[in-house]
Design a protein around this ligand. Structure first.
Ligand code: AMP
Length: 287
């Protein structure tokens, strides 16, 4: 497994692979890897000849007062995990390498960033779109793989790629959960024992709303109330948002659900902000 730290070296490496006719697959991450990340890498391994993973905690997607400084990092451990799933190249640039002095270009995706996390984290998706555009220009992948855990992020990237005519195929992969249902996340590391238990309210809300939907409930208000009720019953939880949104446009749904609906949750457990989601009307991979 090769570790590349410089943009120019990464580009030269990928250019050579492309000349050889190799299919490059790419998984962008912020490191502190878990099974969710590894599932994307296994998919990448299957879909191409050379699998590149980036490990980069992107400063521009964190707002002031967010957890950029304390975001968990363990590159040695990550390397072992990446080796175990057959990663070929780790792109591991420094913040200065990605954003040199006098950096001033950002990518803004207009509509799908307006709702959900775009409200509570105003510059978040600008940072995400910018870093993904830059990483695509470094790694030159044919296919990039993202998790549906960050559902809105996946839609932002899909839209950016389409609108900017980027020649990259985007694949969205299912949410990987702990055995008890908590969606895997590097931020679960922040939870103490009591909080870890309380965090299950997100999954409980998802299961309950899915059950209601399967039993024929289609009123947006009733479905949302069920999720809100379950989360509010949890003492350590504070709701950032609980919403039913259009699964492509990410706009609020009102009235009744006609077809599919994204149930998106962002909840603070103590100081830790967790997100989870499900698409009602689509099959569910229960853990
Ligand atoms: P992150 O390191 O949190 O930026 O995540 C890197 C990629 O892994 C993103 O595409 C995430 O959506 C994906 N990911 C994170 N957690 C999970 C999970 N539990 N299941 C599936 N994909 C995930």
């Amino acid at each position: 497994m090769e570790i590349i730290e410089k943009v120019k070296d990464m580009q030269a490496y990928s250019q050579d692979l492309r000349v050889e006719g190799k299919v490059i697959t790419f998984v962008p991450t912020m490191g502190y890897l878990h099974e969710g990340h590894l599932s994307l890498m296994r998919e990448g391994r299957k879909r191409g000849d050379v699998l590149v993973v980036s490990v980069f905690v992107n400063p521009t997607q964190f707002g002031p007062g967010e957890d950029f400084q304390k975001y968990p990092r363990d590159f040695e451990r990550d390397n072992k995990l990446m080796e175990s799933v057959g990663v070929d190249v780790v792109f591991y640039p420094s913040a200065e390498e990605v954003y040199p002095e006098d950096y001033q270009t950002y990518v803004t995706v207009e509509e799908v960033t307006k709702n959900l996390c775009g409200i509570s984290r105003p510059h978040h998706f600008r940072g995400v779109a910018t870093v993904c555009a830059k990483l695509f220009n470094c790694v030159l992948p044919h296919i990039a793989i993202f998790g549906r855990k960050d559902y809105q992020q996946l839609k932002v990237i899909e839209k950016m790629v389409k609108d900017m005519n980027m020649d990259v195929g985007i694949i969205g992969m299912p949410i990987v959960r702990e055995p008890d249902g908590l969606a895997m996340s590097s931020r679960n590391e922040y939870l103490d024992k009591k909080e870890r238990k309380a965090a299950l309210c997100l999954y409980s809300a998802i299961l309950a709303v899915r059950e209601q939907f399967e039993n024929g409930e289609r009123r947006v208000g009733a479905l949302m109330d069920r999720a809100v009720g379950i989360i509010m019953d949890e003492e350590l939880a504070t709701i950032d948002y609980v919403k039913l949104a259009h699964p492509e446009a990410i706009s609020d749904l009102v009235g009744v659900v006609w077809d599919r609906a994204l149930l998106a949750l962002a909840v603070r457990i103590g100081k830790t902000r967790l997100i989870d989601n499900t698409v009602l009307g689509e099959e569910f991979e229960k853990c």
